[in-house]
Design a protein around this ligand. Structure first.
Ligand code: PHE
Length: 351
């Protein structure tokens, strides 16, 4: 083996030992760099005689080509290895189970609201919606609350740092009862012409579900909660109708005939007489306990007047029930706060 063959061989070994592109470039410099071994050999040519120069020069060039070929082959090898390593690192295991996109569902209280709307809808009730920031007049005054009624106090009602057009305070509505006034006034105005010629106004039959707010927070009270108002006004609507509607509603809602209702005398400024409505199941886990589910009563003449109607002619009842409470009873949930914590482990159980 001549010296050039030996040089090519060391270069090949050298290149093979380089495991990164940077190491390979260092190795390359040892042969073809400025003071590399091939470069030195080429420099040595000048000392030779002319024909020796020719043969030696040709031999060195040939060695140089073989070294460069070895270098390029190693470059390709390292690049290929790098690519393989990268592919391996990014490998997709197509046999792994896919990550499923979570499916959305309705909030349990929304399910109850839909159910309430559907049942009352089937009994001919319209569904109305109204503002959550409400005026003092709609919240209290129009509902026959005396000026100093405790419900107005800041301990019970959230006031908003704004005023209505008349400079009166605005609040977060503490109940859905303002919707009685809003809906009835619109209805009365719409049918004013009919009434003016002595025709009876079409009955008002409406529910108004929505969010309500009170300064209150524990296992059974949340500062934001839901109510569903109901109003039925006509020329001949009585407490008897309220009983029928309610009995029907609760039996349908809880899907049982085994359910009793109790009307317990109570007081609300906007109804007279007033009653708290309790239900009791004749079987099941809640059997035998009276559970309060709504406030109700015959609409007070002063309130009927604020509807823009003649209380001598129009009469009826109103009620306000708690959809949150109904949801708790229906699904056996014992802490109201769970509904509003936003924990998906809890919420996803209802869909
Ligand atoms: N608004 C009453 C409350 O918040 C409920 C109610 C509504 C009572 C309608 C009677 C009639 O508790």
């Amino acid at each position: 083996m001549n010296d050039l063959d030996a040089l090519v061989q060391t270069a090949q070994v050298d290149f093979a030992q380089a495991t990164t592109p940077a190491q390979l470039e260092d190795a390359k410099a040892r042969y073809t760099g400025k003071s590399g071994r091939l470069t030195e050999l080429l420099k040595g040519l000048s000392a030779l005689a002319v024909d020796e120069k020719k043969t030696r020069g040709a031999a060195i060039n040939e060695a140089k080509q073989r070294i460069e070929a070895a270098l390029n082959e190693r470059r390709r090898g390292l690049a290929e290895a790098e690519l393989q390593a990268q592919l391996k690192a990014e490998a997709l295991d197509v046999t792994l189970p896919g990550r499923r996109r979570g499916s959305a569902g309705l909030h349990p209280v929304s399910l109850t609201l839909e159910r309430i709307e559907q049942i009352f809808g089937s009994m001919g009730f319209d569904v109305a919606d109204g503002p959550e920031i409400e005026t003092d007049w709609y919240s209290f005054t129009a509902l026959n609350n005396p000026e100093n009624h405790p419900a107005r106090s800041m301990q019970d009602t959230f006031y908003v740092d704004m005023q209505d057009d008349a400079g009166r305070p605005l609040c977060l509505r503490p109940h859905t009862s303002p919707m009685q006034i809003r809906y009835a006034r619109q209805h009365a105005a719409r049918h004013a012409a009919t009434m003016a010629v002595g025709q009876p106004m079409p009955e008002i039959r409406v529910i108004a579900p929505g969010r309500t707010y009170r300064v209150d927070s524990d296992a059974t009270h949340s500062p934001m909660f839901h109510q569903c108002e109901g109003l039925w006004i006509g020329e001949n609507v009585s407490f008897k109708d309220l009983k029928v509607v309610f009995t029907d509603f609760f039996r349908t809602f809880f899907e049982t005939r085994d359910l009793e209702l109790r009307f317990r005398p109570s007081f609300f400024p906007f109804t007279e007489p007033s009653a708290e409505v309790d239900i009791a199941f004749a079987s099941g886990p809640l059997q035998g306990r009276w559970l309060e589910v709504a406030g109700s009563g015959q609409v007070h003449p002063n309130v009927v007047r604020n509807f823009g109607l003649d209380p001598e002619r129009y009469i009826g009842f109103a009620f306000g029930m708690g959809p949150d409470r109904l949801t708790m009873l229906r699904y056996g949930v014992n802490d109201l706060r769970l509904f509003f914590d936003g924990d998906l482990r809890f919420l996803s159980q209802f869909n």
